[in-house]
Design a protein around this ligand. Structure first.
Ligand code: GUN
Length: 282
């Protein structure tokens, strides 16, 4: 069974569009998301286009600010400060990765916590790990929503997350723990990775390497969530971190690339933007 993130995200966006259509009357305006893109990484460009299309569908005002790859860090920080102080801006997203000369942690920490639609600010990360109310990071939240929509019971399951990034691996491990899964986080230094992934009833892969997970690494009946967005070096086509063709017949559920986790990330970003907007109205 294929879990379609595209279908689920389309439904979420339609529901949000109805909510947002009532905002001008209730609040005098619609939510406003500002996306900052530094440089011209092709992957980032396509994500940013996807975000702006989704904003149009939902009725969220969106501004994309593009800056050259050699933008000095100080200028990026002062741009963020301006947006922090602008009462007409509800959400600020700095597209990652940033060019090497810019300190990512410093930039993320400079975003006002109440405008951090990614949930990457250290205070939001701390709140997540302490089970306090927080902005939940979009990709991990999208993954949990997909599992639930497919009717997958998470409680008590053995979940293996491959990848330990701040954006996906670590927070999705925490969200799975909060759903009462037993969670293992594996990574590039894990010894006998295949033996670990074969234990997984729920396998989440976020390593950024095309078709990294092969059929021999997956237990029959596993639920496989593929977070990767890569170019297949052989065909040039978009592919995930798991070898879809060989794993799909073996898995009970699997997410496709494209049309899986990606659209869910964007739908959750829309929800986070609406959440920040509503807190700004309170
Ligand atoms: N780059 C890849 N995924 C993300 C994301 O969810 N947020 C941001 N800001 N950058 C990303």
């Amino acid at each position: 069974m294929i879990i379609s993130g595209k279908e689920l995200s389309t439904q979420m966006k339609a529901d949000m569009a109805v909510r947002v259509s009532g905002f001008p009357e209730r609040f005098g305006r619609v939510p406003h998301l500002v996306v900052i893109l530094v440089g011209d990484d092709p992957g980032s460009l396509s994500y940013v286009r996807g975000k702006s299309k989704a904003c149009d569908v939902v009725g969220i005002r969106n501004t994309t600010i593009c800056r050259p790859a050699d933008l000095p860090e100080t200028e990026l920080l002062s741009l963020i400060r301006e947006l922090n102080e602008d009462a007409g801006v509800d959400g600020i997203l700095v597209q990652l990765p940033l060019p090497a000369h810019i300190d990512e942690a410093k930039v993320i920490g400079a975003i006002a916590q109440d405008k951090d639609v990614d949930g990457f600010h250290p205070l939001n990360v701390a709140a997540l790990w302490q089970k306090q109310p927080c902005v939940r990071p979009c990709t991990p939240e999208g993954i949990i929503r997909m599992l639930k929509s497919a009717g997958v019971e998470i409680r008590g399951k053995r979940a293996v997350v491959v990848g330990r990034s701040n954006i996906v691996g670590l927070p999705v491990a925490k969200l799975l723990l909060d759903e009462n899964a037993t969670v293992t986080v594996a990574h590039s230094r894990t010894v006998d990775l295949a033996a670990v992934t074969r234990q997984a009833e729920i396998l989440v892969v976020a390593v950024g390497r095309p078709k990294f997970v092969t059929a021999d690494m997956v237990a029959p009946g596993a639920v496989v969530i593929d977070v990767g967005v890569n170019r297949d070096p052989e065909t040039g086509r978009l592919c995930g971190d798991v070898d879809f063709e060989s794993i799909e017949p073996k898995a009970s559920f699997i997410t496709p690339v494209p049309g899986g986790v990606g659209p869910m990330t964007i739908a959750c970003l829309m929800e986070n933007t609406i959440g920040c907007f509503l807190r700004h109205q309170a």
